[in-house]
Design a protein around this ligand. Structure first.
Ligand SMILES: Nc1ncnc2c1ncn2[C@@H]1O[C@H](COP(=O)(O)OP(=O)(O)OP(=O)(O)O)[C@@H](O)[C@H]1O
Ligand SMILES: [Mg+2]
Length: 150
């Protein structure tokens, strides 16, 4: 709790804001080109934050860096810190697949894998070890109903 004594009569108490993500001095390079030039940002837990800027200013590059999707771009280099609840996602001991269960991206355009809709929905669950057909059927039905596609 943070206490502010704004005048002699009132002490007002605010809860400390909880951070989901904290970005410190983030730089992203594509070869010689510096696409992100030293960003410091904080994202509060349970809040929605919009990133707005002209085409090419680095929005997608920034978002991709949050769960290390720039790792797959050979010429991309990331420096600085991306702290998720205090842990640096770029640390060498991070299991990227575990981290991505916490930090994900919903793309502008859906891009299903080249398999059935059923298998697209069950893919991650099966990888996590769900094998029971009835459970998988229920997951598919619930997901499609939630998306208005059943
Ligand atoms: N894979 C890549 N290789 C080389 N340069 C790239 C790559 N991806 C992006 N860039 C460059 O990095 C800069 C930032 O691009 P980015 O796609 O992050 O911008 P953006 O803000 O998401 O743009 P838009 O609004 O058009 O989606 C641009 O100059 C772009 O050309
Ligand atoms: Mg973009």
């Amino acid at each position: 709790m943070t206490k502010y004594n704004w005048d002699e009569r009132h002490i007002i108490t605010f809860p400390e804001k909880e951070l989901a993500l904290e970005i410190k001095d983030l730089h992203v390079y594509y070869g010689q080109k510096e696409a992100i030039k030293g960003i410091d940002m904080q994202f509060e837990k349970n809040k929605i934050t919009a990133l707005i800027g002209p085409s090419g200013c680095g929005k997608s590059t920034f978002l991709r860096s949050l769960n290390r999707m720039n790792d797959t771009i050979d010429i991309a280099k990331v420096t600085g810190q991306i702290l998720y609840q205090g842990v640096d996602v770029n640390a060498s001991n991070i299991n990227v697949y575990e981290m991505r269960k916490h930090i994900g991206m919903v793309f502008q355009r859906p891009n299903p894998f080249a398999k059935s809709i059923y298998r697209n929905i069950t893919f991650a669950h099966e990888r996590k070890g769900v094998r029971d057909k009835q459970t998988l059927d229920e997951i598919v039905e619930t997901s499609l109903k939630q998306a208005g596609l059943w």
